[in-house]
Each structure stands twice: as structure tokens, then as C-alpha cells.
Design a protein around this ligand. Structure first.
Ligand SMILES: [Zn+2]
Length: 131
């Protein structure tokens, strides 16, 4: 596994902090790191609410990247509870396709950090519902 995946894992691990924020909101049970085209790593945590207002860690990290002026993703890694194998859900995949409709298939996803198993978005989502 290369150094960049290790840096992404360390960045995601640094923000992984499961906590209850209020009676209705928990956060930090899953964390994610996104590598942008410029080589920066952006992180995010999941935020779960009682009425679907929350967000996945991956999309939170992608929004963090967009907030900071970038829009091209090269790699995505998430850390799930108990570090189980984990890939982006359908909503997160949809966001990546819409952000990068011509190049999303090149995005690399770390599925299992323990074994180093990766997959591309092209393998996960070979066909999009538009076009
Ligand atoms: Zn998701």
C-alpha cells in the first residue's frame, strides 16, 4: 500500500470520534478522507439525525473539498465501525458521478484498509442512470 493511502487513513482516523451531540444527533461513527487532484486530503464524519438531515462521512469530506475550492476527487477512503470493509453508498456514488461525469470511473476507493483491497468507481458504478 502506498504512502498516500496511509496518510488518508491517518487523516480519517484523526477525526473518527463517535459521539452523541444531542438527543437527536450522533456523529463521528464513520469517518472519511478524500484525496483531491491537487494532492490535498479532506476529511469528514458521518452525522446521523432522527429525520434524515444527516450526511455520510464520504459526502461530508467531499463537501469539505468543494468548500475549499476543489472539485476533482482522486481517492476515497472511509473507516467504518470496527473497521469493517466499507465502500461509498449509492448517494455518495451519485454525488461523485455528478461532480465528475466524464472522469468519475477513475476514482479509486479503498474498500478494506486491512487487506489493501481497492476498487474503482468505474467498477462500482459502470453505468449511470443518465446517458
Ligand atoms: Zn454515503
Amino acid at each position: 500500500m502506498d504512502k498516500i493511502w496511509k496518510e488518508m487513513y491517518a487523516a480519517a482516523k484523526a477525526v473518527l470520534a463517535p459521539r452523541r451531540i444531542s438527543e437527536y444527533v450522533t456523529a463521528g461513527e464513520v469517518s472519511a478522507a478524500v484525496l483531491s487532484k491537487s494532492g490535498k486530503i479532506y476529511t469528514g464524519v458521518c452525522i446521523d439525525t432522527c429525520s434524515t438531515l444527516g450526511i455520510c462521512a464520504e459526502r461530508n469530506a467531499i463537501f469539505n473539498m468543494v468548500t475549499n475550492g476543489e472539485q476533482e476527487i482522486e481517492r476515497v477512503l472511509c473507516i467504518a465501525p470496527n473497521e469493517k470493509k466499507c465502500g461509498p453508498c449509492g448517494a455518495c456514488r451519485e454525488l461523485m458521478v455528478q461532480l465528475m461525469p466524464d472522469t468519475y470511473k477513475d476514482i479509486e476507493i479503498m474498500l478494506d484498509y486491512k487487506t489493501g483491497e481497492t476498487i474503482t468507481m468505474g467498477e462500482l458504478t459502470p453505468h449511470w442512470w443518465i446517458g
